[in-house]
Design a binder for this molecule. Structure first.
Ligand code: MG
Length: 389
């Protein structure tokens, strides 16, 4: 069995219309759409198809230069031909210039053509004179003759799109046989000459830009969807022992009181919990890995430095804090009078607006180590935005 001959084809893009029904004041195939002209979108699809070896564009009469300017980045490999007085005349000129044995004729006003539709058409050409993408009619249909409304059975009816694909020689013969006649599309012309046409599945998104709202729909379909910002959350928990002293550091604020927090650094359990929460959100381990308590450098250290460092490496890892919530758990000192200062301090370190930082405090009803005043605990939750994953 011999290898089946691979079908290559010439794409003929009909861009010769002057239709301004869709608004914008210029022919619709030249209107901008999601970063380039309507026409350029179709040119791009054919230019990226390896079995499309020639692209011919029918330009409005007298507008070849403008059409070339609007054809996009592949204009250099397109052949531009001045269109005729009718669609049929324009298409015929393109098909006469086609070098391939097969042609795909496409409306420039359908910028959302997809490669699978082209592949189905090319496949159908192996067993038919021509092929077209078709869609079912979903709405009920009636015939209105002015006097009576009669329902029409939609079952055998199809909506036909472009590209319409043909054996070049057979289509040229049909053009010759129909000299001087105009047809709404090439399937109509081909069927008038008895050519065998296969229908393949079309696509709803391959719609024809006709009305102003069609442009909005096409724009949203062709515009790249921004990756939704993702959020991640980390939690932190820390405890330090309380003893008699002359004040404690909590959430970056020094509170004068007859207590002190015991620890290797300044023992700011609030900032330590926030630091761990941030590292957790960024997936960067915990505070002990970055600032080992055995390291002499951190003796008596200001915990603001820990959080600043965690912020820097989190941002480098792509995680930027957007919210921080803290709960301080102790009987003493009283946190309430210092909440505003703590909130301002944490917001300042993290670069957040005040409304994105929350400081809460609770007691444990004299229960447990916090209730007995042996220690102070802090919990924090930090939410980060990450660009993408
Ligand atoms: Mg700690």
């Amino acid at each position: 069995m011999g290898e089946m001959k691979k079908i290559t084809y010439t794409a003929c893009i009909v861009a010769a219309g002057r239709g301004t029904r869709a608004g914008g004041g210029v022919p619709k195939q030249f209107r901008p759409l999601a970063g380039q002209s309507v026409l350029a979108w179709s040119v791009d699809v054919f230019a990226s198809d390896p079995v499309c070896t020639q692209i011919i564009i029918a330009a409005p009469p007298g507008d070849i230069d403008e059409t070339r300017r609007q054809a996009g980045k592949h204009a250099g490999r397109c052949l531009f031909i001045e269109g005729g007085a009718t669609r049929t005349a324009s298409v015929r000129r393109c098909v006469e210039a086609a070098e391939q044995d097969h042609v795909l004729i496409h409306d420039a006003a359908r910028p959302l053509l997809s490669q699978p539709v082209i592949e189905r058409l090319v496949t159908a050409l192996a067993s038919h004179d021509g092929a077209a993408p078709s869609l079912a009619v979903v709405d009920a249909l009636v015939r209105d003759d002015g006097a009576e409304i009669e329902p029409v059975d939609r079952t055998p009816l199809h909506r036909i799109q472009t590209p319409q694909a043909f054996a070049t020689g057979k289509l040229l013969a049909a053009f010759s046989a129909c000299e001087g006649k105009d047809f709404p599309d090439e399937v109509s012309l081909a069927r008038s000459q008895g050519l065998a046409i296969g229908l393949v599945d079309g696509e709803e998104r391959n719609f024809k830009l006709t009305w102003p709202e069609d442009f909005e729909r096409a724009e949203s379909l062709l515009s790249p969807t921004p990756h939704p910002a993702l959020q991640v959350t980390g939690m932190g928990y820390d405890v330090h022992r309380l003893d008699a002293g002359d004040g404690v550091h909590l959430c970056g604020v020094f509170i004068e009181c007859p207590l002190r927090l015991i620890g290797h650094s300044d023992a700011d359990a609030g900032l330590h919990a926030i630091t761990d929460a941030l590292l957790g959100a960024a997936g960067l381990g915990d505070i002990g890995e970055h600032f080992p308590p055995t390291d002499e450098r951190w003796r008596g250290a200001d915990s603001v430095m820990f959080l600043e460092h965690a912020l820097q490496i989190s941002k480098e890892a792509g995680a930027t804090p957007v919210h921080c919530d803290v709960t301080l758990i102790c009987e003493r000192p009283k946190i309430g009078p210092h909440k505003a200062a703590m909130k301002a301090k944490v917001a300042d370190i993290l670069g957040l607006p005040l409304r994105r930082v929350n400081i809460k405090a609770t007691t444990t009803e004299k229960l447990g180590f916090t209730g007995r005043g042996e220690g102070l605990a802090a919990e924090a939750v930090v939410t980060c935005r990450i660009g993408s994953d």
